[in-house]
Design a protein around this ligand. Sequence first.
Ligand code: ADP
Length: 496
Amino acid sequence: MNSPTAARAALTDHLFRGVRDLGVILVGRDGVITDWSIGAEAITGHAASDAVGRRLVELLLNETREPLDDVIASIDANGVHVVEGWAVRPDGTRYWIEESWSAIRGPDGVAGYAILLRDRTAEKERLEALERARATFEGILAIGADAIVCIDQDQRITFFSHGAEAIFGYSASEILGQPLDVLLPDAACEIHRSHVHHFAASGVTSRLMGERGQIYGKRKNGEIFPAEASISQLGVGDGRVYTAVLRDVTERRAAEEAIAAHSRELARSNADLEQFAYVASHDLQEPLRMVASYTTLLGRRYRGKLDADADEFIHYAVDGVTRMQALINDLLAYSRVGRKPREFTDVDMDEVLMSALQDLETAAREAGATVTADPLPVVRGDRNQLGQVMRNLLSNAFKFRGSEPPVVHVGAERDGTEYVFSVRDNGIGIAPEFAERIFAVFQRLHSRDEYPGTGIGLSICRKIVEQHGGRIWVESTGGPGSTFHFTLPASENEDR
Ligand code: ADP
């Protein structure tokens, strides 16, 4: 056993009969299998008795196998030849096999070939999984216009996506390995370092950046831009990888600022307009009152004393001035809505409906109206103003009646945090094309002779409802009947 020959024989025996995770195969110069180890049996699923006397192409890799001559040429050139590929066992399972061929040389030249077999399925699957992950990652990177930047625990840049190149103006090759500071405004570097430090200590895997204030990036040309970013951290070995996904929000910020400036301007000009309407209607009242009282006086004192024309002229003057007073009063009422600071309380809409009906008792009786209602909820609002809305809607329902006496129903339905109220009548209806117009100041669909009014009621309703954070609209097909809807926020204290 001490002689090298005996040791070699023992080793060969061990290789053929003891080792299961490495296959050993011998083939003759003609490619016919002469020996098949226990490992080759375990790996390929073919018994030695089945394999010996056949060729490898009949057992393994039969689809992708190169011709034996090519293998031999490769061994002659390189000493060994390695082949790998998917193979299938007799039981149908797939495995990734690696064959490493070398020549067995005897005194008369090449006597045959020794082949070592390894099952590399696990490794192959790992590689494929990695490849899939890489492809997924590449895919994600290719989609976004966002910058994806990875840094290591020393805050040096280890990855810089195409999006990052476009946003920052650096190419990946010039930025990799540089400290993150080059991408930040000078003033932010120190703060950023401490944030990353805290983030690392927090153990949280990902979070939005800039929660404590706006964050900014710095482009290659020195330009500072507003950004939105989130960061994640992963421990890899002893170190850490931080990945920041960053979006340039310059344009969005500019658009937001433009909208904000525009709505400030709008609010200001609205306020100016309301102020003007208020002052004008308020100051016009006094001289108008004077004109009204003197024309009325003229009418009373001189009726029948001048000629018929004079009587008629005075009548028109009185009529005109009375109308003008009504318009000015309405305008004043409209511009008063919202002039005093809002003080919202819990308002029981049942009570609001009851007192509106009391106020309108005469009108309801004259019209022969029937009013029914669901139980109404408690909402947040200004009691007087909500009373005004209810009165306006009910009086319209009585006024714009058809040939039948008015039948009116007041309802309310909960919709999330608000209530949708409805006032439904069986009156003359509203053509859908006017559904929006009727809410504008002084817009009416009828002459004064048909239905009295100034056209301010619904615009006041809209203003009040909108100041309560709600909406108001009408549903009507143009046939008989209209339903006015308005929404109001529910009270948090309501017990229904
Ligand atoms: P006014 O009642 O003084 O005319 P409003 O602003 O209250 O002013 O209403 C505007 C117009 O909307 C009315 O002139 C009328 O044409 C229409 N309208 C309002 N309510 C109803 C209703 N319930 N049915 C039919 N038409 C209505």
